[in-house]
Design a protein around this ligand. Structure first.
Ligand SMILES: [Zn+2]
Length: 255
């Protein structure tokens, strides 16, 4: 059984004390593929270090996270553009719009999102979308940008059934993580009506730990809780859910 964590910030400072232990524990539990979203230029070196240490397991993305779109965002976007021109990354991410923390830079967030979508198209890469309190704004951009060659993942999907279906209509898969195990998470009530072929697994670690670890530091091995919950929702063996969601991740990332 191969389990794929399609979204984990393993380079985050939260793992500085025990990163190798966390990764080994996950690997010995079958979680062997880790897709690593970027935040901003400040983390690029730690991402490259992680890949160098685990070349068989770590797959890097490149992008500027919407909450890091501030006054200097144009410089940050140049970095993203430069890195993408230098070597292969598996996606442009994570990118999008976040209006939960701060609405000050909404115009810039939108511009950065659109620019990075154009980079994804240029390199035929998937996008990994971060959407928080911003479904309308994200869908508006996707409506403008939609095309055959635009595809990817709606990371940490927490919307309604209607929003899920709309996301799928733009060639997006749904990244499902700890929220599916929360009592008030709501997505567990309709996911069984969404074909499993559109679902990928993720932790978003160190954030959003699933029950019963909610509130603690999240780590990749907790993906087993998400797998367990999805196997209940779909009425399928955990191995089947792991196989299908890993296959879906291969379809998106090309590896
Ligand atoms: Zn993330």
């Amino acid at each position: 059984m191969i389990i794929t964590d399609t979204h984990t910030h393993l380079y985050n400072e939260a793992f500085d004390e025990d990163r190798d232990e966390v990764i080994q524990k996950a690997i010995s539990n079958g979680i062997t593929r880790f897709f690593i979203p970027a935040i901003d230029a400040g983390y690029t070196q730690s991402m490259l270090d992680l890949e160098k240490r685990y070349p068989e397991n770590m797959f890097l993305m490149m992008g500027l996270h919407p909450t890091h779109v501030k006054d200097g965002y144009k410089e940050e976007l140049k970095h993203v553009e430069h890195m993408l021109s230098q070597r292969h990354f598996y996606a442009v991410g994570e990118i999008g719009i976040d209006l939960y923390w701060d609405k000050t830079y909404i115009k810039e967030q939108r511009k950065a999102f659109k620019f990075q979508i154009s980079l994804a198209k240029k390199y035929s890469l998937p996008i990994v979308i971060h959407c928080r309190d911003s479904f309308d704004e994200i869908f508006e951009v996707l409506e403008e940008e939609k095309s055959e060659d635009l595809f990817g993942i709606f990371h940490c999907f927490t919307g309604t059934e209607e929003q899920a279906k709309r996301a799928l209509s733009y060639n997006m898969k749904l990244g499902i993580g700890g929220v599916v195990t929360f009592k008030n998470g709501k997505i567990d009530t309709f996911l069984n009506r969404i074909d499993l072929n559109h679902i990928v697994l993720e932790t978003d670690s160190p954030y959003l730990a699933p029950a019963p670890y909610r509130g603690k530091r999240n780590e990749s091995v907790y993906l087993l809780e998400v797998l367990k919950k999805l196997s209940q929702i779909y009425g399928l063996d955990e191995k089947v859910v792991a196989d299908i969601t890993t296959r879906n991740s291969k379809e998106v990332f090309g590896i």
